[in-house]
Design a protein around this ligand. Structure first.
Ligand SMILES: [Zn+2]
Length: 259
């Protein structure tokens, strides 16, 4: 069975950030965009799957102490109930029932809630974990060591290529590296709403699908461009729709519950 479907896809709100378009995409304008930081909960018959974990709960209380200068630079706004475990509870699930966590990459607005799921099985593209612990100097502020250290003994599984997570075609990790060494996207097949790819930070805003340009802080700009091109092809061929995680229009336009 390679065309099975997941049962539900729920978009969970996280913090809001303010960023110039130019910082999200090379060649962008000075316009400041208000961007969401979602995580996604997926119901699959094998158990609950979480894609990304948002910001650490401490960011809601003491953003500058936890994130350093980036808290102000990104103008992070997060209320305590936006923590991913509280969002999961708000939808009637127990966070302890999350069996699988897939992380698009380990930047501070995606890896903040990792430690909330000590019993889950974690999936990440090989190369991301060591880089997050010991990044290049310029990339260092975007990884928070305290997000990662409590997870050292967790059940981490590193994949080296596209991976069919459940072996049934419903959830597939797509290696779309470049933004970071192990950036990935998640292909989700749904019965009613059809296939959709959660892009993580492979793409930050829809305009990149036209310009095919990455962002200044990308780990490997050429590879990032190739990965954007890959997602654009998926969209153009009608293989799936794309949900660009940080894109304000996608957040406004897609239903936050799909089946
Ligand atoms: Zn990122």
């Amino acid at each position: 069975m390679t065309n099975a479907t997941a049962d539900k896809l729920i978009a969970l709100p996280g913090a809001m950030l303010s960023m110039r378009e130019a910082d999200l995409m090379l060649g962008g304008s000075d316009k400041v965009l208000e961007i969401p930081v979602p995580s996604f909960l997926i119901e699959h018959r094998n158990g609950l799957v979480l894609f990304d974990t948002g910001c650490n709960p401490r960011v809601a209380v003491e953003p500058e102490a936890y994130w350093g200068p980036l808290a102000k630079l990104l103008n992070v706004r997060m209320s305590p109930e936006m923590a991913v475990d509280r969002q999961i509870r708000a939808h009637g699930y127990d966070p302890a029932d999350v069996k699988f966590v897939v992380v698009s990459h380990l930047h501070l607005d995606h890896a903040g809630g990792l430690a909330l799921f000590p019993h889950a099985k974690f999936f990440v593209v090989k190369g991301e974990l060591p880089y997050a612990y010991w990044p290049d100097r310029h990339a260092q502020p975007a990884f928070i060591l305290e997000d990662l250290l409590p997870t050292r003994r967790f059940d981490w599984n590193e994949v080296t290529e596209d991976t069919d997570l459940m072996g049934d075609g419903s959830l597939q990790m797509l290696k779309t590296a470049g933004h970071t060494p192990g950036e990935c996207s998640l292909f989700v097949r749904l019965k009613q709403d059809g296939p959709i790819v959660l892009t993580g930070d492979t793409i930050h805003i829809r305009a990149q699908l036209e310009t095919l340009k990455g962002m200044a802080i990308d780990y490997d700009l050429e590879q990032a461009g190739e990965s954007i091109r890959r997602l654009r092809r998926i969209q153009d061929l009608g293989e799936a729709r794309l949900w660009v995680s940080h894109d304000p229009d996608d957040w406004a336009n897609y239903p936050h519950l799909m089946k």
